[in-house]
Design a protein around this ligand. Structure first.
Ligand SMILES: Nc1ncnc2c1ncn2[C@@H]1O[C@H](COP(=O)(O)OP(=O)(O)OP(=O)(O)O)[C@@H](O)[C@H]1O
Length: 696
């Protein structure tokens, strides 16, 4: 590994507490002492040498605090979990009542049983076990994620300190199983975006970009640094292995002490998997603490692990150096056949076979007993005792002196920097995603031309009044349906990425929301303007500059209300299918009260609220006033004497009144639409904030 690339930028963490290599005056403590249980050194712990902390016996605070250098070599930290017990509902809640109205599940089951362990600094620890063994649950507990419905008891310690979820998040990074990126960015752009947000203000932009280049080299991404990440079925991009390495690269930019990875090799072929795990091994060799869960590693990948944690039935069956696992199994009567992948052998031996359940459990118990008698087993047993003296549970946020909450989280980048970086990313997405801009532009131009051709140069006559009103109402309706519905999948597709980045403490929900709104605004000004430009002049609406500009303003406001509705629905319902089903339920009735299909005098009182919410009505009214207020005479109506034309409006103002609109409402309508935009965007922001909060 390139040594310069293994150097990491320091993070805005509290002063660095480094374990001392050589203990001096006070006591040298073992793992059990860390929890204040016992003060004797456990010998022969070849994977526990870095426990030589020097402590003040009373306060258990490390005595020496080293000054934080400007550039750090990642030193990792030892992570301990002691007597973790996790219980969850026997059946996952499915009905509304079970989910929201029942406080406690009827039946609970124990998922993790007194699980203890250690992940050492500078070592790659792989958690393995058959399906349902509890690997993901353990990783979720260690990272404090996805713990909904679960009751977690136990203690987690970092370098001798009890810790809580905020502290763990501060010093660690989590690469989840499924990669999520904004696919229109290139790998380098994505890393630069992350560097701007995660590396803090103590670094110049150049230093952040230098760090990006070194991480690109370190993760072997040089050849694909300028390749778009990719959007399935739309933009061709990185391979799965490159994507996974990019996920690591994003997380190690700030040089976390601990890196968690859930199934880093899933979906990769053996060759790619080897590359990915080799990258993790290099990070561990550089000093980081790495914890991964993994299924079926090849023997080559297996050989890259330093330590192995084997789980079965929610229990730790083995935790120690990888090379000692197979000998332990042999001693317990389960030798690995020659030329057999040791990982396969271990997992097969620990699998619970339904038709031979009793025997399987007996075998597992035998191996566990063998392990507990070994020196490594004793270390784990001692770690398990660390929890006994603790009175507060892991979920107690006051542990480790942290009183942070979702709303008082600290971010590496300031508010303005977050806005700028997020605005930049949203803007690149808007201009690069073919569906977002090119297709929409094409759609607007074609629809505008077709509408313009159908109503081409409509002259004002008594017979065409209804057609001219139709042009204006269609104008509004077309624009609404053309852009409102396609916007829903755009929001819902990006939401999981935003929620994940938010949960990782990269930026605030508010900065994302404001930046996205600002970055998207230009297209929601330009597109309606182009549409109006085509339709207004082709259909022959009142030919003057100011009325044209006002009509453009009406269409821009209308479209922005429509987009705000799609924002609100998408963020409230979250799922594209549900949102697309709900949206017409709201929009279609509201359109019926727009004024073209209904006389306002005939609307029953109990539907008054629907009429008041009809943004179509406000846009149509403003548009109609703008058109007809400039027409002093309707040719053919002024001197009409025939019976057929007795109800013929003689002036533009009479046309406005004939459709129950008030000529004074032109600016009032604009104000109402503006207020609607603000209220709807606020609602969608609150919905997104709530989702972010629930996702923590
Ligand atoms: N939130 C939850 N509510 C109820 N049961 C749960 C919950 N999370 C996990 N479980 C149960 O806990 C057990 C262990 O699940 P876990 O996902 O940790 O296993 P795993 O070893 O990661 O399996 P796999 O390799 O298949 O992902 C399973 O029986 C699972 O159904």
């Amino acid at each position: 590994m390139d040594s310069s690339s293994s150097r990491c930028a320091s993070r805005p963490a509290p002063p660095l507490l480094l374990p001392l290599a050589a203990p001096t005056a006070p006591t040298t403590l073992s793992v059990a002492v860390i929890a204040g249980v016992k003060r004797n050194r456990i010998s022969q712990m070849n994977f526990d040498e870095s426990l030589n902390l020097t402590y003040d016996e009373d306060s258990l605070t490390p005595l020496v605090e080293l000054k934080k250098p400007s550039v750090l070599v990642p030193e990792g930290c030892n992570l301990y979990w002691s007597s973790l017990n996790v219980t969850g509902p026997e059946n996952k809640p499915t009905t509304f009542k079970e989910k929201y109205l029942t406080s406690k599940p009827k039946k609970v089951k124990q998922i993790l049983h007194n699980v203890s362990g250690i992940a050492e600094a500078g070592k790659l620890l792989a958690i393995m076990g058959s399906s349902g063994a509890g690997k993901t649950t353990l990783l979720n507990v260690l990272t404090s994620r996805n713990l909904k419905n679960l009751d977690v008891q136990g203690t987690i310690l970092m370098d001798g300190h009890r810790t809580n979820k905020w502290k763990i998040r501060e010093v660690s990074a989590f690469v989840q199983q499924h990669d999520m990126f904004v696919g229109t960015l290139t790998a380098r752009e994505h890393l630069r975006f992350m560097a701007k947000l995660r590396m803090g203000n103590q670094y110049t932009l150049k230093q952040k970009y230098d760090r990006v280049e070194s991480v690109i080299k370190q993760m072997g991404l040089t050849n694909c640094a300028n390749t778009p990440i990719g959007i399935p079925n739309s933009v061709k991009g990185l391979s799965c292995g490159e994507m996974k390495r990019l996920a690591f690269a994003s997380e190690i930019l700030t040089c976390p002490k601990i890196l968690f990875c859930d199934e880093p090799t899933s979906g990769l072929d053996a060759f790619m998997a080897g590359h990915v795990v080799q990258a993790l091994r290099s990070l561990a060799d550089g000093g980081m603490t790495i914890i991964i869960t993994i299924h079926q590693p090849s023997s080559q990948v297996y050989g890259l692990f330093h330590n192995l944690c084997l789980m079965a039935c929610g229990r730790t069956i083995y935790l120690g150096p990888v090379e000692e696992a197979v000998p332990l199994f042999s001693r317990c009567g389960f030798p690995c056949p020659p030329y057999y992948n040791p990982a396969d052998h271990l997992i097969r031996t620990l699998a619970v076979i339904d038709r031979d359940r009793e025997n399987s459990l007996k075998n597992i118990a035998k191996i566990r007993d063998g392990f507990l008698k070994s020196s490594h087993g004793q270390v784990i047993a001692e770690i398990g005792k660390a929890d006994r003296k603790s009175t507060s549970s892991y979920n107690d946020d006051s542990l480790f002196g942290s009183d942070k909450s979702f709303f008082s989280q600290e971010y590496a980048a300031g508010y303005f920097d977050q806005l700028m970086a997020l605005g930049w990313r949203s803007w690149l997405t808007v201009i690069r995603d073919p569906i977002l801009l090119k297709v929409r532009l094409f759609q607007v131009i074609i629809t505008g031309l077709i509408t313009g051709t159908v109503y081409f140069n409509t002259k004002i006559t008594p017979e065409t009044i209804i057609s001219i009103n139709g042009i204006m109402f269609n104008h509004i309706r077309n624009l609404n349906f053309m852009l409102q519905f396609p916007n829903v999948p755009v929001i819902t597709a990006e939401m999981p990425i935003v929620l994940r980045e938010n949960a990782n403490g990269v930026y605030r929900t508010s900065t994302y929301f404001i930046a996205k709104n600002i970055a998207e605004l230009p297209q929601y000004i330009v597109l309606p303007f182009i549409y109006n430009l085509i339709v207004y002049w082709m259909t022959g609406l009142y030919p003057a500059v100011l009325p044209f500009l006002f009509a453009s303003f009406v269409t821009i406001m209308l479209l922005n209300v429509a987009i705000s509705v799609s924002y609100a629905v998408a963020t409230i319902f979250g799922d594209v299918a549900i949102s697309m089903t709900v949206l017409p339920v709201f929009v279609v009735p509201i359109m019926a009260f727009g004024g073209f299909f209904i006389a306002f005098d005939t609307i029953p009182v109990y539907f008054g609220w629907l009429s008041a919410l009809s943004y179509f009505k406000y846009a149509y009214e403003a548009f109609a006033i703008n058109q007809w207020e400039n027409i002093p005479v309707i040719p053919g109506c002024l001197n009409a004497t025939s019976k057929a034309l007795t109800s013929c409006p003689k002036t533009g103002l009479e046309v406005i009144e004939s459709i129950d609109f008030s000529p004074d409402n032109k600016w009032f309508d604009m104000v109402v639409m503006f207020v609607m935009i603000i209220v709807l965007r606020f609602i969608s922001y609150m919905a997104l904030l709530f989702r972010s909060y629930k996702n923590q």
